[in-house]
Design a protein around this ligand. Structure first.
Ligand code: PLP
Length: 412
């Protein structure tokens, strides 16, 4: 019998930052069970262009195997970056050279690299309230202080942002950047108005801070007249770091994202990436490149947009039919999510989750998206992954679970 090694004794103090969340552990229990899941941010596998990608994968190995199976530059396959540059130009982001873009292993890696390269312990980082949970986690690893700015149906409230920046400056804080998901925000589904984007940029310029613009969802807009101009398009000072991903427009399993920004910063991110993983897999870059060239990405986006619009409408309809009175949400013009605000602060949606799972429905409790520790009465719902026929059923179950809890609290 060997003595058991006590690994905990040997862990670095930062290892504690990687602790699995209770919610994730709970949601793991639902895998493979007959549960309607509104929890993950997963695309509908139906939108993956499987036949086309199988053909492309075989082609890039057969015809370009010498290169596609080889190491590649840290910034990404040069030809892919040319294609990506043109792809970005179509959505309004123009680069002066393909050296201004780096391919990352999912956009999650861009968040991690930005955290490593920009944040010093104790620096100030500003985010929306709520914001994308995995961005918060990436930033937290560098131990900044994080300030949240509330949102309304037009996005981050920029007047409040300016007041917060003034306060932080008065306190002598070093503000590094403002992180925003301006279009079809995760977790609220809110899209920032053009006026707010301009104001945000004006404020960033006035107080000399960077903007990190995370934009995975602008391809999925379901309503007319929604402005999706990237803030990067309005940026005249090189102040915006813009990132995106193929995860929702093609397939998350490819792990391909990109980050665009000031050349000097991209060079530093490149050095950090070299340490992290040398480069993003060459093979999946070749696959994504060929998928763009053959128009497969455009077709996949179109199909996803059509399917997700139907699902969004089903969820909105079910919510207005069944959800407990007084619950609030913003109708999302795009993206994959709706955030519910329950009518009572007495209900902690994290504590409610096991009951919901027992009844056959899963969601993500909203609190982890709030940098200020609030939001315990919120629920993030995803509508892209569940089957259309599950949406009404799932919302009905969830509404009953919530209603029961509220009634018990009220002693009814
Ligand atoms: C706002 C936002 N940023 C980044 C990501 C990360 O995407 P990936 O790492 O798959 O590119 C996601 C995924 O859900 C997201 O919602």
């Amino acid at each position: 019998m060997f003595p058991l090694v006590r690994i905990e004794r040997l862990l670095a103090s930062r290892a504690d930052m990687f602790r699995a969340s209770e919610v994730r552990e709970l949601l793991k229990l639902t895998e493979g069970k007959k549960i309607i899941s509104f929890a993950g941010g997963l695309p509908d596998p139906k939108v993956f262009p499987k036949k086309e990608l199988a053909e492309i994968a075989s082609y890039v190995i057969r015809e370009h195997g010498d290169k596609s199976l080889q190491y590649c530059p840290t910034k990404g396959v040069t030809e892919f970056r040319n294609v990506l540059r043109e792809f970005l130009r179509r959505s309004g982001v123009s680069l002066s050279s393909n050296d201004d873009v780096m391919v990352t292993t999912g956009s999650q890696q861009a968040l991690d690299l930005i955290s490593r390269v920009l944040i010093e312990r104790g620096d100030e980082v500003i985010v929306e309230l709520p914001t994308y949970l995995a961005a918060l986690n990436a930033f937290r690893l560098s131990r900044p202080s994080i300030t949240g700015v509330p949102m309304d149906e037009n996005g981050m409230i920029t007047d409040v942002l300016e007041e917060e920046i003034k306060r932080l400056k008065w306190l002598g804080r070093q503000i590094k950047f403002i992180y925003t998901v301006p279009v079809a925000h995760n977790p609220t589904g809110i899209t920032m108005s053009l006026e707010r984007k301009k104001h945000l940029l004006e404020i960033a310029s006035k107080y000399d801070v960077l903007i990190i613009e995370d934009n995975p969802y602008s391809y999925f807009i379901y309503d007319e007249d929604v402005d999706v101009t990237p803030i990067k398009t309005l940026d005249k000072e090189g102040r915006v770091i813009y990132m995106g991903t193929f995860s929702k427009i093609l397939a998350p399993g490819l792990r391909i994202g990109w980050v665009v920004g000031d050349r000097l910063l991209i060079d530093y991110l490149e050095r950090a990436k070299q340490v992290a993983d040398l480069h993003t897999p060459t093979l999946t870059q070749y696959i994504a490149m060929e998928a763009i060239k053959r128009g497969v990405v455009d077709i996949a986006i179109d199909r996803a947009r059509r399917i997700y619009k139907v699902k969004r409408d089903l969820m909105l309809k079910a919510l207005s039919t069944y959800m407990v009175k007084g619950t609030k949400w913003v109708r999302p013009a795009g993206g994959l999510f709706i955030l519910l605000w329950l009518p009572s602060y007495d209900v902690d949606t994290k504590k409610l989750l096991p009951e919901a799972i027992k009844e056959g429905v899963a969601y993500v409790p909203g609190a982890s998206f709030f940098a200020n520790g609030m939001g315990w009465n919120t629920i993030r719902l995803n509508f892209s992954f569940p089957k259309p026929e599950e949406i009404e059923e799932g919302i009905k179950i969830l509404s009953n679970v919530i209603r029961r809890k509220l009634n018990t609290r009220a002693g009814i």
